[in-house]
Design a protein around this ligand. Structure first.
Ligand SMILES: [Zn+2]
Ligand SMILES: [Zn+2]
Length: 166
């Protein structure tokens, strides 16, 4: 995806500052990152920026629709620059990794409510929960390790016993 931070700020009529550009670049290269992580990336990029001003920049850009803020249950707020489409997220229960999932139908509200209560519904906030590939792999190796440590001492004791009997 081609991304031009300068054009993005201009389209949203936000004054172009070195800090805004740095924050935008940081969000673009770290989608679904926390404000703290974005602040550290932007600081590496630009030298010294105060954390608070990065947080303020993020808030302004969310308000202007430059960035989208998502907050999966039990997670801190995460930021991304993929805006304007109704995409959803898949979240790892173990490590909190987040991935984009395209909207099932391509436009809001994606899901039709079984009962609207008379509301005009414009959005369905869908989160898919599961275990990411890395955590699934780690879990498998952890289980293997567990069974290995369980069987090794048993084998040792049996060989000892054998030694005794012979
Ligand atoms: Zn995970
Ligand atoms: Zn996303």
């Amino acid at each position: 995806m081609f991304f031009d931070p300068l054009a993005t700020l201009r389209t949203h009529r936000l004054p172009v500052t070195a800090q805004r550009l740095a924050v935008l670049r940081a969000v673009h290269s770290n989608p679904h990152a926390t404000a703290e992580h974005i602040a550290s990336v932007a600081t590496q990029d630009l030298g010294s920026i105060s954390k608070q001003s990065v947080y303020d920049t993020l808030t302004t850009m969310v308000e202007r629709g430059v960035l989208r803020k998502i907050q999966p249950v039990g997670s801190v707020a995460l930021y991304e620059n993929r805006v304007g489409d109704n995409h959803h997220h898949v979240v790892c229960r173990s490590c909190g990794a987040v991935g984009d999932v395209d909207c099932a139908v391509g436009y809001r509200p994606c899901l039709t409510a079984s009962h609207t209560h008379g509301f005009v519904i414009d959005e369905a906030d869908v989160s898919y929960w599961g275990t990411c590939a890395t955590c699934a792999k780690n879990r498998k190796t952890a289980v293997k390790r567990k069974t290995n440590t369980k069987t090794t001492p048993k084998q040792k004791t049996t060989t000892k016993k054998r030694k005794v009997t012979t």
